[in-house]
Design a binder for this molecule. Structure first.
Ligand SMILES: Cc1cc2nc3c(=O)[nH]c(=O)nc-3n(C[C@H](O)[C@H](O)[C@H](O)COP(=O)(O)O)c2cc1C
Length: 219
């Protein structure tokens, strides 16, 4: 029975002994589509600012030259609800940058096990190399993060030994700037899933037609 299965996978996420009858009070956004959307963006903003929040390290998926999906973790560096935009940083020579230059479609996934909220986003990526967005992002980048961009050879290249793989192009603070890019993602679709013993809530927010269409979905 589908109901039983759904209960099965959420049951394993709930504290021992908790079931529908003794579920905690539902959050204020539980049955409220606009409030669920606002909560989703609030969590993304928090994720960008708080390195301990699970949304700080979402997974982003691109379409590879082989036509298949390629997914990896990134650090969420910025989230702007009014612009519907997210930002992360990467190496211009990386596979994901190459893939996004060819096909800017991108998907983002984040899950907060404490809040039991999953977000699945789809959007369009813009690669910022030398504009205001990239320059401001580089300026705010800490020395430890800057070091990543100093590797002499493109990330993902085969290396004969793991130490030589870390050889740097130079050790100055600005040496990695040429390889650094900021990627912004304009969100065109957001799927919200809240797991609750009292009943899951799943919703779709879709801006692909130019304005927001919001719907509940069967979880
Ligand atoms: C916690 C965590 C955070 C990461 N953050 C980033 C990041 O912000 N930018 C990035 O390019 N790679 C980041 N990485 C590494 C990527 O997951 C990935 O291994 C690397 O970028 C190569 O991906 P690609 O070959 O698909 O381009 C992170 C990995 C982990 C585990």
């Amino acid at each position: 029975m589908p109901g039983k299965e759904a209960q099965g996978w959420v049951a394993s996420l709930l504290p021992d002994g908790q079931h529908a009858a003794m579920a905690e009070p539902t959050p204020p956004w539980y049955d409220d589509l606009p409030a669920s959307l606002a909560e989703a963006w609030a969590l993304l903003v928090r994720g960008a600012a708080d390195r301990k929040h699970p949304f700080h390290t979402p997974a982003v998926a691109t379409i590879g030259a082989d036509g298949g999906p390629h997914v990896r973790t990134v650090v969420l560096r910025g989230a702007s609800p009014p612009a519907r935009r997210l930002r992360f940083h990467t190496d211009a020579r990386s596979a994901k940058a190459t893939e996004l230059r060819a096909r800017p479609r991108i998907a983002v996934h984040a899950y907060d096990p404490g809040g039991k909220i999953q977000l699945r986003l789809a959007g369009t990526a813009t690669l910022h190399t030398n504009d205001d967005v990239a320059n401001a992002a580089w300026k705010a980048t800490k020395p430890l993060s800057r070091a990543c961009y100093r590797v002499a050879t493109a990330p993902g290249s085969h290396a004969s030994d793991p130490v030589a793989a870390l050889a740097e192009i130079g050790d100055g603070d600005e040496a990695g700037r040429a390889a650094f890019i900021a990627v912004t993602v304009t969100v065109v679709r957001m799927e919200w899933l809240y797991l609750a013993a009292a009943g899951h809530r799943r919703a779709l927010f879709d801006w692909s037609s130019g304005s927001l269409r919001a719907n509940w979905l069967v979880p």
